[in-house]
Unconditional design. Structure first.
Length: 91
């Protein structure tokens, strides 16, 4: 699966990596639901770091991403607009 981080690039993620990232995505959602904005942003930062660490970079334009992640500096309200029932990562 291909993930894109806004303003940074794209990474290919295997199923094992996606499972690890979904744990971080769930933690981010829990912090959002608790109204913990600083904890939410820390969880988002951890999620983005996980994508960079676990994924293999993919050249821009070579393939379309299956999902897009916000940059870490996007305001809380902006990230909330991107969330689905699953969080930021589908599935």
């Amino acid at each position: 699966m291909i993930a894109q981080i806004a303003g940074e690039g794209r990474w290919e993620l295997d199923e094992a990596s996606l499972a690890k990232l979904n744990v971080l995505d769930n933690q981010m959602m829990e912090r959002m639901e608790a109204g913990d904005e600083p904890g939410f942003h820390q969880a988002l930062t951890d999620l983005l770091a996980g994508v960079r660490q676990l994924g293999a970079p993919v050249p821009d334009g070579s393939t379309e991403p299956e999902f897009c992640l916000p940059s870490a500096d996007l305001p809380f309200e902006g990230v909330l607009e991107m969330l689905t029932d699953d969080g930021l990562i589908p599935g």
